[in-house]
Unconditional design. Structure first.
Length: 376
């Protein structure tokens, strides 16, 4: 530094350019993990090199992209175990070259699970299914699968494990989905007590199964007249909470319930959706005594996700909030309300006859002219 100042005083431009600058790290950048490993924590961008290696199981789903992208763009190496080649392609570009690493995995193949977690210092488990499939029932996915992942995490003494469960998870719930989610929580905590459990409310976003299910269907079949109530949460807020858990080790061993600021019934959400898409969806209510067996048959014989016996049972369960669980507030995040995002996520469902026009003039307002553009 003294040499630099001396050369600068002598008036040479050379002084500024030729002295090599050594990149220095602040002591605060270095964190010691639970297992005593030093890790460089950076707030850097996409091309920076952070110290964390994270494995995200279930990254190919809806929520997955919101955490993979956050980690990769902060310079973490992200290991993405996958089942299907085509399902993971979009994740490759969510980080810089070499930041997102793919590994083929099967939930029953413990060697592939071990391989996916053994280089990581944090593991996220986002694997879940709303309905039973040909090869995996809900117990296989939420309890046995989660147990195998937690076993691998404990075996390689990974620093952190974040397990995504579900809102209303309860051992005595009438829904198998909520029951198996609760049993999964119990199983992972028994194996790895430092597990952070995350219970998201129904999520909305570009790829959700909440707003888009209503916007897409021309006929909606339900059993409870859309009376179930819950606090929908923005997928981006959940992604941001999952990222905070990586940086904050005090979240280890805690349970977080992540829900939005306002409670809605499904019928209220339908109204919001219809207002945005400028169409009305027909709603047909069928009693559960008929709907349940029909849904069970459809789940068995239709190869894509339609409905299941359990999804009918879930219509009769309102979201329950555990007062002892931590929330967004404990992570310093202000959750956003669904109503602020319906236009953003649903504008594509509007007919092409509607398009953005400049604001109405006073005269147009007086004459109550509608902003309707007639094409033919
Ligand atoms: P998705 O259904 O979109 O994705 C689920 C992920 O789990 C996919 O990556 C899927 O892999 C994987 N998966 C499912 N079954 C298996 C299996 N047998 N073996 C291996 N992988 C499997 O879920 P979301 O992203 O919406 O949700 C993430 C988590 O949050 C889930 O655990 C879900 O239960 C929970 N949750 C979600 C809510 C929501 O509103 N979306 C509400 C409450 C909880 P593949 O792509 O190969 O099928």
């Amino acid at each position: 530094m003294a040499l630099q100042r001396q050369l600068a005083r002598s008036g040479t431009q050379f002084a500024k350019t030729s002295i090599p600058r050594v990149q220095s790290r602040n002591l605060q950048d270095i964190a010691i993990t639970r297992t005593g490993k030093p890790i460089i924590r950076i707030s850097g961008g996409r091309s920076s090199l952070g110290g964390h290696t994270a494995t995200v199981f279930g990254a190919t789903g809806f929520l997955g992209r919101y955490i993979v992208n956050r980690l990769a763009r902060a310079g973490c190496t992200v290991v993405v175990p996958f089942r299907e080649e085509m399902a993971k392609r979009h994740l490759k570009v969510s980080g810089d070259l070499g930041r997102v690493v793919f590994l083929e995995m099967d939930l029953r193949n413990t060697a592939s699970i071990d391989e996916s977690v053994r280089h990581s210092d944090i593991v996220y488990n986002l694997i879940g299914r709303d309905y039973p499939t040909k090869n995996f029932d809900l117990e296989d996915v939420h309890v046995e699968g989660a147990t195998r992942i937690a076993d691998a995490v404990a075996k390689y003494d990974v620093d952190r494990f974040v397990h995504v469960s579900s809102h209303s998870a309860s051992l005595d719930s009438p829904s198998e989905f909520y029951r198996t989610k609760a049993r999964g929580e119990e199983a992972v905590r028994n194996i790895f007590p430092e597990t952070t459990i995350v219970r998201p409310a129904p999520m909305f976003g570009f790829e959700d199964r909440l707003l888009h299910r209503i916007a897409k269907a021309s006929n909606m079949f339900t059993s409870n007249n859309m009376q179930e109530r819950f606090n929908p949460v923005h997928a981006i807020d959940v992604g941001s909470a999952l990222e905070k858990m990586l940086q904050d080790d005090s979240t280890a061993g805690e349970t977080y319930e992540l829900y939005g600021p306002k409670q809605y019934s499904m019928a209220e959400i339908k109204e919001l959706v219809e207002r945005e898409i400028l169409k009305t969806r027909r709603h047909i209510n069928i009693p559960p005594q008929i709907m349940s067996p029909v849904a069970q048959l459809m789940n068995k014989f239709v190869w894509y996700s339609v409905m299941s016996k359990d999804s009918v049972a879930r219509e009769f369960i309102d979201q329950t909030i555990d007062p002892s669980a931590k929330t967004f507030k404990d992570l310093g995040i202000e959750p956003t309300d669904l109503a602020n995002f319906t236009y953003h996520y649903l504008q594509a469902y509007r007919s092409s006859s509607y398009y953005d026009l400049p604001p109405m003039t006073e005269r147009e307002k007086r004459e109550e002219k509608k902003y309707l553009h007639v094409l033919d």
